[in-house]
Design a protein around this ligand. Sequence first.
Ligand SMILES: [Zn+2]
Length: 486
Amino acid sequence: MRLFLSVFLLLSSLTYFPHQHEAKYIILLIGDGYGYNHQQAVNAYTGSVPPYQNWPRYWVSTFSYGGSYDPASTWSDFDYIKQNPTDSAAAATAIYSGVKTYNAGVNVSFEGDCLTNISDEARLQSKATGAVSSVYISHATPGAWLAHNENRNNGFAIAAESLWGNPTTTMTSTLTYYEGGICPIHQPADVLIGAGHPQWKGANFVNWAIREKLYNESGNPGSYHFIERQTGLADAGIRLADLANNPEVTRLAGLFGGAGGNIDYLHADMSGYDPENPTLPQMTSAALKVLSRNPEGFVLMVEGGAIDWACHADNMDLMIGEAIDFNNAVQTVIDWVDDPTNESTWQNTLVIVTADHETGYLNTFYNQFPNQPPTHVTNATLALEKTISGTGLRASWDDANLNDLIDDGENVYWAWNTTGHTNSLVPLYAKGFGAAYFNIFNTMGDPERGRYLDNTHIYQVMRWAMEGYMPFYSYLPFQRVNNPVK
Ligand SMILES: [Zn+2]
């Protein structure tokens, strides 16, 4: 048996992994708030399953520092998972740095220490780093990929640190929103594309000083090539692609946005698109193009950030629109890896698709089990969604007597059971070099979901993949993926 195993290990290492030593490219795609029931609802609406959802699927716990996940309570007490959910900053910190922190912490530990995240480690290896988001470029999820701050609300500091390595770059007289940067000044990002252009709504995330610096320095040696939303220029996707295709561009900053602070929402039927902004797939494609000019490889985070915002609004129509955009961004990455004309292959690239947490407690039922995904999601049922009187929550149901209440006997298609986040396990899909590492951590048990791992393990997998670590048992054929539930 031992001999067989040795021979098997030798053969498999020769056969399956002939030249690969590490993941040259790591691409992490986060659908913010994009829980399992949401994915199933989107698929019910579109009538199709995105290819990445056929990859090995894992379940991930998301709680922040001091929290926990109790599988038994999740499935016996309907309100349990509404308690103490993570926010996007703590979740991002756990995923990128491998450390649980307090909600609002951005790569800063509960004790106040600066945390090294996967981008920092990539920079040490001379890899390029980049982030793309459909919301503010310095919002929690993209911000934590590139910056470190005591509080996610210090958006100017997070933007400045992401872009120039120093959280006080562009600060003049007032400290407001420039505070909280406690880490050493580091090398800036290479690509950052997203929303928050102050002409539309920069809020506390992007101000004019940041935009002016990008604009004035655009194309200077060592500086970003800058592209922005411009009124009347309804070809943002083409302008962005043209810039990214310029072989001289190795650093690119794109600032787009809309009145809500995000790239304008897409509806489920794909209406709402304003061509003054690029789509998430277009931003992703540009980032891949520019980052891949670094001969050492890169790490890239792509966030479908407005999925979460639509879920906070309990709005299925907008959630589906944003989720389809996100699914398309994942497909853009898959197509890039599959493209034989670039250096990326599944032997040197790790792609991870997950959510940082669930938002909205989306369920087939209002305020009761079972917790299961909606199946009747159509334009007709989308049109029925409205607020349940006295709850502040929206649902879709046949309100026969039009009293805005879900009465006995009325058919419910879905209900949002909170306007906040939940502590639910979220799905994760992975493919490429190092994806099998997730099996090593997939050891905890949930009565409905089967085995699950923790969001801090995502950092561990990315780090191992980047460093080329290959635990011997990841070669074994009996890997635990998609374990039978229950
Ligand atoms: Zn949220």
